[in-house]
Design a protein around this ligand. Structure first.
Ligand SMILES: Cc1ncc(COP(=O)(O)O)c(C=O)c1O
Length: 385
């Protein structure tokens, strides 16, 4: 499969999780849109983009099971969360409950917002190693208080690469009358996603990670009850529109000044590609690589898995704890000497090497990492076992 991607063949690419990777047919589709835009900018932007957008949204809506009129494209999840944050009428003392496994950009977004409003961002400690889903849920709710107004949760975490029980947490949150916001950046095209089933009030996901879209393609789903309260992050022609569409919500969110929406238009090409390669079977094989290799890497590094090795907690990524006081040097060595692109991440003072397996990753790639780490252990002081 690797030849279908634009990735440098000289690099062993084990970091799909950070920014994805785009196969040639999808990238060709992206450039086709860009060429059409530059051939006739006025026709494209003013006359054609609404119908192109509609078509693309239909493809994504089918894929994630929601109505096309209930979401809009955003360049990335940070944009989506900033849009929500700006519209929440939180008061001093109100609390946003999250886990302590959230993505750094999101923690920063909430910290910024809380500093401005006097609200409080509460990061509930999720104890590692995870022993059960029940424990994850219980740990999360330890952060709850009568001041909690909103819950925010990543469905698959970044540094720890864990699948969180988003559905169960959203269900409980609804019983408590809370607003639910799920960061599903890693979810679409990775594990099954059914927005009607999760029932979050807000859900953001990317196409440019596991759905293989070019960069800058993400979305924000908003439950109908919240669509009217959502201000645009960028105020433009859609506000007080002279030509209102069917939905004020979409007028506000989809008209954001002159911009290139080509990445948004690749959703049908992404879905087509995923279907053509039988992505559910390929994803299962990629998960299998994770399940078969996680313990082996922990044994090599003298550490322990951070969760039970099962599909309940692991998708196409796993984070191996590593004892190092020089994470940046370790990362640089793996790339510089061994030509392996892999992140070495710090979360709450713990360091992890995170392996991602998409369809282009083979056991041979993972073995190359294994041998590289073995050599690093025996020839340097970067890892202590
Ligand atoms: C949990 C999570 N949220 C969000 C993001 C990405 O956010 P952005 O592209 O807006 O920086 C990532 C990226 O790895 C992530 O892991």
């Amino acid at each position: 499969m690797k030849t279908q991607f634009l990735l440098d063949p000289n690099i062993i690419y084990l970091n799909h999780g950070s920014f994805g990777a785009c196969p040639k047919p999808i990238f060709d589709d992206y450039q086709k849109w860009q060429r059409e835009l530059e051939a006739e900018p006025v026709q494209f932007i003013i006359y054609n983009s609404p119908k192109y957008l509609k078509e693309s949204k239909r493809a994504l809506a089918n894929f994630v099971n929601c109505a096309p009129e209930d979401f809009f494209f955003t360049p990335n999840p940070t944009f989506a969360i900033n849009t929500i944050m700006r519209s929440l009428d939180l008061q001093p003392g109100d609390e946003i409950l999250a886990s302590d496994n959230e993505y750094g950009a999101m923690d920063r977004t909430w910290n910024f917002f809380c500093k401005k409003t006097g609200a409080k961002y509460v990061r509930a400690e999720v104890n590692l190693p995870i022993v059960s889903k029940k424990q994850m849920i219980a740990d999360f709710w330890k952060g709850y208080s009568e001041k909690t107004k909103v819950i925010f949760l990543n469905q698959i975490s970044s540094a720890t690469a864990l699948i969180f029980p988003a559905k169960e947490i959203c269900e409980r949150a609804k019983e408590l009358g809370l607003i639910t916001i799920v960061d599903g950046a890693h979810v679409p095209g990775h594990i099954d996603l059914d927005l009607q089933d999760i029932k979050a009030d807000f859900y953001t996901g990317t196409l440019h990670k596991w759905m293989l879209a070019p960069k800058g393609s993400s979305f924000l789903y908003v439950k109908k009850d919240f669509q009217d309260m959502l201000d645009p992050l960028i105020v433009s022609w859609g506000y007080e529109s002279v030509a209102p569409g069917e939905s004020r919500f979409l007028d506000y969110q989809e008209q954001q000044g002159t911009r290139d929406i080509s990445a948004f238009l690749t959703a049908p090409a992404c879905v087509r590609f995923l279907e053509e390669i039988d992505w559910k079977t390929r994803a299962k094989e990629a998960r299998q690589l994770i399940l078969e290799n996680y313990q082996r890497f922990c044994d090599l590094l003298g550490t322990n898995p951070i969760c039970p090795i099962s599909e309940e907690f692991l998708g196409q990524m796993c984070s191996i704890p590593v004892n190092t006081s020089k994470p940046a040097e370790l990362k640089d060595m793996l790339y510089g000497k061994y030509r392996i692109e892999i992140p070495v991440m710090n979360l709450n003072g713990n360091i992890y090497i995170r392996i991602s397996t998409h369809v282009y990753v083979s056991q041979a790639d993972i073995d190359a990492l294994y041998l590289a780490l073995k050599e690093v252990i025996s020839t340097t002081d970067l890892i202590f076992v």
